[in-house]
Design a protein around this ligand. Structure first.
Ligand code: CU
Ligand code: ZN
Length: 212
């Protein structure tokens, strides 16, 4: 009997001990080491941008920014309110998103920006085989959003190929990249005029801090 009790006490004791040991392991875990803040290179302010607004209550809106980079001008777009799928995307001749004389939404923007009067084509086509304004297509997901970036070798911020004060137009349908004169991309559903940041600084109301 005594032996049993002793054994029982030892067992209980060891259980207690192990319980105690477990207890110590329940201490709050050490705070995770603070993640080092990733230092991103400060993004250079874009040189130009176009605020896209809906045409004919399409609901299409977004922002396009332009920045000189290696090999041309980097175009970064973020749009919403599109139908899923591909949409023609071009720089048009005039910086005007008003209806055309015939009432066509966005018609005042005119045709594709084509200072050398080249044929319509794919953005990958050589100079001379595409309009300067031919950006091809952007692809909207099921949520109606389209975003991405590409580099265009032809557009510029000055000279014959300058896109400043011209309109960027988003279309209802896909640009087939070959039909003349504009890829058969359907109605104009979004439009915004490319403004240089320099001109935007000049147009700020008095006392407004400069835009970076
Ligand atoms: Cu267009
Ligand atoms: Zn074109």
């Amino acid at each position: 009997m005594l032996a049993r009790l002793t054994l029982g006490c030892v067992l209980a004791g060891s259980l207690l001990l192990s319980a105690c040991a477990e207890d110590t392991s329940v201490d709050p875990p050490p705070a995770p080491e603070a993640e080092p803040i990733e230092e991103e290179a400060p993004e250079e302010a874009p040189e130009a941008s176009a605020l896209i607004r809906p045409l004919d209550d399409s609901g299409v809106e977004g922002l396009i920014t332009f920045q000189t980079t290696n090999g041309g001008v980097q175009v970064t777009y973020a749009l919403a309110g599109l139908t899923p799928g591909a949409h023609g995307f071009h720089v048009h001749e005039n910086g005007d998103c008003d209806p055309g004389d015939d009432g066509t939404p966005g018609g005042a923007a005119g045709g594709h920006f084509a200072p050398q009067e080249d044929p319509h084509g794919a953005p990958s086509a050589e100079a001379g085989q595409r309009h300067v304004g031919d950006f091809g297509n952007i692809e909207a997901g099921a949520d109606g959003r389209a975003s991405g970036t590409f580099v265009d070798a032809l557009i510029a911020f000055e000279g014959d190929n300058s896109i400043i004060d011209r309109a960027v137009v988003v279309h209802a349908e896909a640009d087939d990249l070959e039909s003349q004169p504009s890829g058969n991309a359907g109605a104009r559903v979004g439009c915004g005029v490319v403004r240089s940041m320099a001109s935007m600084q000049q147009n700020l109301p008095p006392g407004h801090p400069p835009i970076n």
